[in-house]
Design a protein around this ligand. Structure first.
Ligand code: PMP
Length: 411
């Protein structure tokens, strides 16, 4: 790959030229959603200009174009995460829908009274609530892997939770609140040794590190298009072929059937079996364009640059008196969660916004992990490969100024 040039890639993202409150926009809210390169915007527009049709059903030219584009995007996704086949890839609305799909189809079918589901303390609400709902319906029990003070899962405690009753382990590869990278391959192997299946939440990982679902050996992998420079409303459920084959569909309707009579319906094989109704065709095509774009830049280049930027940011924030970094695991990516003594997280967010810097302040849909650190909210700058050292400097300067003014007044 050519050396990584942040100023060149920034030109690919028209929105990065916006000004906010008189300042150049610094988009540091990438864990919430990422910005879209021109090629993705163009690809969606091209679809509606030249290819738009429903897929599969009609024998006309535009149906063929739309079908080719949609199935081509599925191939791209399969290659991107190294699935064994495009048939392992189900298009859904996002990570949330993918997890609910597994809970409501495989879960209802294979989880029963007294079975155990293990999640981690780091999980986003999307990887907590669907399992709680399933437990309520089935009488299964939810168990939670604790984390240490740096925000990493405690492997010894995890091992103690695994037993013959464990049917499923569902955890995140990267924490959206702290940035912790969990030891996924090791955790998956331990779960399999206990006879459990594993769902890996890749919402925060696929855009930052190389994911290979076959070498990880996860049973399901989920991610959202909008967090990887693609559109909203499109996401991916990867499943091992034998699992997708053994699982009953979740929703019924058009597209997912082979044959329907009033007595009986024969379903299509996966992935069509899980894609009832007209899906988000244009945005699936847009996601394919986003993954092709990222592949051209090279995920290893992205990971290397982001790692340097994260180290720089951690160092800059650590220098600020009264600032407490939340999430200090050695293995982490992209997220710089913190609280500032004497200032609410809203106030910090507001001061940053006034300086054109977009961060999220709040609970980040991960209340249990923040409460683990005695907090209800943090300020959360989160990085992508188009962020710069200069943006980190601006962030640190605003926070430092806020802190100094407070110290000045109260002192
Ligand atoms: N899991 C994690 C780790 C996330 O960060 C998010 C989004 N913040 C989700 C799941 C849910 O993703 P979506 O809202 O796109 O369905």
């Amino acid at each position: 790959h050519p050396p990584f040039d942040v100023h060149a890639v920034r030109k690919d993202f028209p929105i990065l030229a916006e000004r906010v409150n008189g300042y150049p926009l610094a988009w540091l809210d990438n864990a919430a959603t990422t910005q879209k390169p021109q090629c993705v915007i163009d690809r969606i527009s091209e679809f509606y200009r030249h290819e738009n049709s429903n897929i599969h059903r009609a024998a006309h030219e535009l149906a063929a174009r739309a079908t080719d584009a949609y199935e081509g995007a599925r191939d791209t996704v399969a290659r991107f995460i190294n699935a064994s086949s495009a048939d392992d890839i189900v298009f859904v609305r996002g990570s949330t829908e993918a997890i609910n799909l597994v809970a409501q189809s495989w879960g209802r079918q294979f989880i029963g009274q007294g079975d155990e589901i293990v999640i981690s303390w780091l999980e986003h609400h999307a990887n907590i609530v669907p399992w709680q709902q399933l437990c309520q319906e089935t009488g299964a029990v939810l168990r939670v892997i604790p984390v240490d003070d740096d925000g990493q899962v405690i492997l010894a405690e995890y091992q103690k939770l695994l037993n013959a009753k464990t049917k499923l382990v569902s955890f995140t590869q990267v924490s959206n609140a702290l940035g912790t990278v969990t030891p996924a391959a090791e955790m998956i192997e331990l779960a399999h040794r206990a006879g459990a299946k594993v769902l890996l939440d890749g919402a925060q990982s696929v855009s930052h590190l190389r994911v290979d679902v076959q070498s990880l050996d996860c049973d399901w992998f989920v991610f959202s298009g909008h967090k990887i420079f693609g559109p909203t409303g499109i996401g991916v459920l990867y499943g091992k072929p034998e699992l997708l084959a053994a699982t009953q569909p979740w929703q019924g309707g058009g597209n997912m059937i082979e044959d329907v009579t009033f007595e009986k319906t024969v379903y299509q094989p996966a992935p069509a079996k899980f894609e009832a109704g007209t899906g988000n065709i244009a945005d699936a095509v847009g996601l394919g364009a986003a993954l092709d774009y990222l592949s051209r830049i090279g995920i290893e280049n992205v990971a290397r640059y982001e790692h340097e930027l994260l180290e720089y940011g951690m160092h800059a924030l650590r220098m600020i008196p009264g600032l407490r970094l939340i999430g200090t695991a050695p293995d982490k990516t992209s997220v710089l969660s913190f609280v500032l003594a004497g200032h609410s997280t809203q106030d910090v967010g507001k001061a940053l916004n006034e300086a054109g810097i977009a961060v999220r302040s709040g609970h980040h849909c991960a209340q249990p992990i923040l409460r683990r650190f005695g907090l209800e909210a943090t300020v959360r700058p989160s990085l992508a490969f188009y962020n710069t050292y200069e943006e980190i400097d601006r962030l640190a300067a605003v926070v430092k100024r806020l802190q100094c003014s407070k110290t000045h007044f109260s002192g």
